[in-house]
Write a protein that binds this ligand. Sequence first.
Ligand code: G6P
Length: 597
Amino acid sequence: MCGIVGYVGPGDAVSVLVEGLSRLEYRGYDSAGVAVLNGRGVETRKLAGRIADLRELLTRDPVHGKCGIGHTRWATHGAPTDSNAHPHIDCTGTLALVHNGIIENADVLRRRLEQDGHRFQTETDTETLVHLIEESPGETLEERVIAALDHVEGTYGIAVVAEADRGKIVVARRGSPVLLGVGDGEFLIASDASAVLGHTRSVTPDGYRVLDLEAREQDRAVDDIEWDLDAIALGGYPHFMLKEICEQAETVRSTLRGRLLAADGTARLNGLNLTPAECNSIGRIVIVACGTSWHAGLVGRHVIEELSGIPVSVEYASEYRYRRQLRVPGTVTIAISQSGETADTLEALRAAKATGSKVLGLVNVVGSTIAREAQGGIYLHAGPEIGVASTKAFTSQVVALLLLGLYLGRRRGLSVEDGRALVAHLLALPELVERTLAIEPEVRALATRYADAPNALYLGRGLTFPVALEGALKLKEISYIHAEGYPAAEMKHGPIALIDENMPVVCLAPRDAIYAKVVSTMQEVKARGGRIIAITSEGPDDLSRLVDHQIAVPAAAPLLSPVLTVIPLQLLAYHIAVLRGCDVDRPRNLAKSVTVE
Ligand code: G6P
């Protein structure tokens, strides 16, 4: 995710900014830049690339000043290019700004500003902010920033400098963190503390003011920071995997942000690049993916078929690419990939394109190869995923597929009432994720009971079959316990032979239309002495005589249930792996992004 740093004081701002930016590298980024004030207007140096590239640029083309701002960008609106990198400057070149977050009404603002004569140099939502401040009235920079923010919808953490108000950085935030580091005669600002710790832990509360959006002065206490840098990168969590599991209420919200149209009961997916005529003529959808993304694809098949009536098949990308690709008119192929770089998925996308299929990408990393080669798609906006075992990307992929199902469904006969009901369920989903995460202590206790199991079986049916596969994959990836996911009713055709009192069987049983069938399977397990862990949804206590343990997630609309039922399975795998002393974030033999065949 993007990072912000700023410095004003007696030292050289550029070296402090670059050091701060390098401390933010762990958050993931694709471009970086700085802007300083030095009496000759605002000078910027920025590029798509690493901090090392920025250092090199600054050596070739140095710039100095005592007040400046810097940024690491993780692209959301617009590809990672030199010009889209922050800081952004206004038409006069005397105002510079960096921004984290998403400006939801950027399109409307941009059209209006362009009509008023502003010249845009980038594709970013952020640039609207700098032009808004440019034309806003006010004696001081802070007055102009406050006036500009009045027009803005969305989330932001921003830092602004202006030649007319030298020696000052104006910072504003809504929903995106920015903190103030108070040093000895100098001030730093940053999106997280790791960027300032090299400079200050001591505090002198002079020389800054905190205002609300009505310009009323606020009282803020100054805190001392005691964490070390590694702990801050992890935000206080012991592992990235746990951090990313716990972020899911926010990442699901982020995937949904600005994409739900409540009155029309549909989704806004501008990046899809499908015309209404193309939507109407889709004859089939083929999903290609690997690993966890393939599991999300299986959920997507169910969701898209249910909502739109379009037939969907889900292919392992590595298998698809070596089969004869059929040229079927009206085919849309969707590549699902967190990284956007998985070699098999990329080649499957290319192969599909060669048959004349329209190709779309469902990708987390903006500007990645799959994102660039697809003709349209949906970005997940889940932020960088660092833990090798994918967690938050899966839930965001499922949410993006729900948005796609809703969008296609509404064009293909789903009623406005049903669309509105789904929109309402999706809006409530982050809150349900939050409540699901609260069951962590129960799952941790359960993990202690099963950390020594040599094998585990995961059963699900319908929408929860892919969740069973994903739960088993998580467990085997990070704890090295052999685990299998199976369709619940298929158990009797083979795996039932494995069941005895040493075999934990995780049964996914949210209370949906197929609940009674899954309960029957649990009875078959019980009759063979298996240990049952039921992942169910809140409801009457009708399982306690049948199962050994139950974890209840909040009740949700059936199509949304995979987003919730997968969370206890992620936590279970995580805690079992920790108890077994495994290296959770770097499991043996696995890679985060598999760019070889
Ligand atoms: C690797 C990772 C998995 C991931 C898979 C597909 O195997 O370890 O977590 O699901 O690749 O990656 P992608 O980036 O294409 O989603």
